[in-house]
Ligand binder design. Structure first.
Ligand code: ADP
Length: 532
């Protein structure tokens, strides 16, 4: 510990103890700088100004007691060593503090200057060591993730090549093949698909671990998604003679989820259900609203299969976990499916869990949040407890000419959303998620905290950015940008802020429905149009 650089923050409310500790500190290390405060709030404020070399902390302060005291200090200054000053009577608590990240504890009555100096030096060194271990661990994790990601990508290329040539042979494009050869080639193709799925899982798990898994939530019908997943899995279920049932209340409101990712989760769970259920059994997918939780839809996939061992149940969402009894010739996964599924659900604001009875079957459940425009709008349309003074809804309509490639459409919409996000201020404006399209065009919306005069600049920016889309540069589509003012703060409005946000949200919904051609809207004539 460099004496010149040693500064200690002493958080101690007892003036006698504080003086004694300060004296011992200065005796042991004359160059030490001690800042003494009596309350936790003052200590936290001091940590906001300057990080000391070390914090000496009494646990029972006028504004904080016990474990809460060190929890808050560790949260505020995770990289600063903290040493607890403990009374004889709270030694057990001090030991608990050490378990949770505090470097050491000193019994107040036993402090000598030599003892204190040595304890502080060790604390600083230990903290430094821990920090470098953590850096090394992160570097190793990053290297492992990069390695896995690289290898997985490289493995894909030859696999795709095998897939293409086997398909070519199967289709008879290289000459006629005998039925037995066709059967063999189908087996090869099945194994290639399994390998593809494993590599995809490996890539996804690597992304999840390094925080790079992405979801793009939008407004979707969970009923439609479940129907799609069930349709896709019907052939697999039929092949194994497992029944596939569906019980979905069609009145369930729209959810806020990434449709591709939610579909992936559903397919994974249904696939597992079919895999672990013997012929003549069944898999049932349900979706319902639960009275105790009005904010989310509850989706479950139940099967009448072999069930899961109670000891294994807490482990099945762990990476690479596979029940040893389940790993037979038919297993094709890496034990990553449920881990990825749970991560994807969590990224979409839901949670996932499982229940099972050995021999009777299992139920995997997850939630997805309902779409609430008001909840999305709230932080953007309000400021300092009030509705903003002016609000505008900008509508960006992108229409491809019939000749343009429809296959690229999803990618174009994704790019458009990215471009729009570059045109707004994150704290004042909101690019709404895709709300669906009207069949021929994609319409995207931005809620902007500005007035009709100010929105011109934004619209200009939007046009400039959107015109960089290859579709528009190639003259294969048209762009139309329009704006409508939204109800904003009125001096006479006696409603609560929540009610006012609901009002804005209703109005935005009405305009979106109109924009998508779902409903007539009398405000149409008032809108100012800026056709491209
Ligand atoms: P994989 O990707 O290999 O299929 P998962 O993560 O999907 O792995 O599943 C992990 C383990 O959880 C499986 O090996 C199996 O033991 C258990 N499991 C998953 N779904 C079910 C189910 N519906 N019934 C019984 N066991 C299951």
């Amino acid at each position: 510990m460099d004496p010149q650089a040693t500064s200690v923050l002493l958080i101690e409310d007892n003036p006698g103890d504080a003086d004694l500790v300060r004296l011992r500190l200065v005796e042991g290390r004359p160059a030490v700088r001690v800042n003494c405060v009596r309350r936790l709030s003052d200590g936290l404020a001091a940590l906001s100004n300057e990080m000391p070399s070390l914090v000496l902390l009494d646990l029972n302060l006028p504004d904080s007691h016990g474990a809460e005291t060190f929890r808050r200090v560790l949260e505020k200054a995770p990289n600063v060593p903290v040493v607890v000053l403990s009374g004889q009577d709270d030694e057990a608590l001090a030991i608990k503090a050490v378990h949770q990240g505090v470097q050491d504890y000193l019994i107040k009555g036993d402090i000598t200057s030599k003892h204190l100096e040595r304890a502080l030096r060790y604390a600083v060194e230990r903290q430094g060591l821990l920090r470098s271990l953590e850096i090394t661990r992160k570097q190793q994790l990053e290297f492992k993730n990069q390695f896995l990601s690289h290898v997985s990508h490289e493995l894909r290329t030859p696999l795709t090549c095998i897939h293409q040539y086997v398909t070519l042979l199967l289709d008879g494009l290289a000459g006629p093949i005998a039925p037995v050869q066709s059967d063999h080639l189908k087996t090869v193709l099945k194994s290639v698909s399994q390998l593809h799925a494993m590599i995809r899982d490996l890539l996804e798990a690597t992304r999840a671990e390094s925080g790079k898994l992405r979801v793009e939530p939008r407004c979707v019908s969970i009923g439609d998604l479940i129907a799609q997943a069930v349709t896709m899995m019907r052939p697999t279920a039929a092949e194994k003679r497992v029944g596939l049932e569906l019980a979905v209340d069609q009145r369930i409101p729209l959810v806020y989820a990434d449709p591709d990712r939610a579909l992936e989760v559903l397919i994974n769970l249904i696939d597992n259900g079919i895999k672990f259920t013997p012929p003549e059994g069944s898999v049932t997918v349900k979706a319902c609203v639960v009275e105790t939780d009005p904010s989310a839809v509850y989706i479950s996939v139940s099967d009448t299969g072999r069930g899961i061992n109670p000891g294994a149940l807490p482990l099945i969402f762990e990476r690479l976990y596979q029940d040893s009894e389940a790993v037979d010739g038919n297993r094709s996964g890496l034990g990553l499916g449920l881990y990825i599924a749970r991560e994807l659900v969590a990224l979409q604001g839901g949670r996932m869990w499982a229940a099972s009875e050995l021999g009777s079957g299992s139920t995997f459940s997850f939630t997805l949040p309902f779409f609430s425009l008001a909840k999305l709008l709230y932080p953007v349309v309000s400021c300092e407890g009030q509705l903003r003074e002016s609000l505008v809804l900008v509508r960006v309509e992108l229409t491809p000419l019939p000749i343009s490639l429809r296959g690229n459409w999803k990618e174009i919409c994704h790019q458009s959303l990215e471009l729009l996000r570059r045109c707004v201020y994150v704290d004042k404006d909101l690019v709404l998620p895709q709300m669906g399209n009207n069949g021929t065009a994609e319409t995207l919306f931005v809620v902007a905290s500005t007035d009709m005069a100010g929105v011109n600049i934004m619209m200009e920016r939007i046009r400039e950015q959107m015109n960089t889309l290859p579709l528009l540069q190639a003259g294969e589509g048209t762009l139309r940008v329009t704006a409508d003012s939204l109800p904003a703060r009125a001096a006479s409005d006696a409603r609560t802020l929540e009610q006012q946000v609901w009002g804005v949200s209703d109005c935005v919904t009405e305009m979106i429905l109109h924009g998508l051609g779902c409903k007539s809207n009398s405000k149409q004539e008032e809108s100012r149009e800026y056709a491209h």
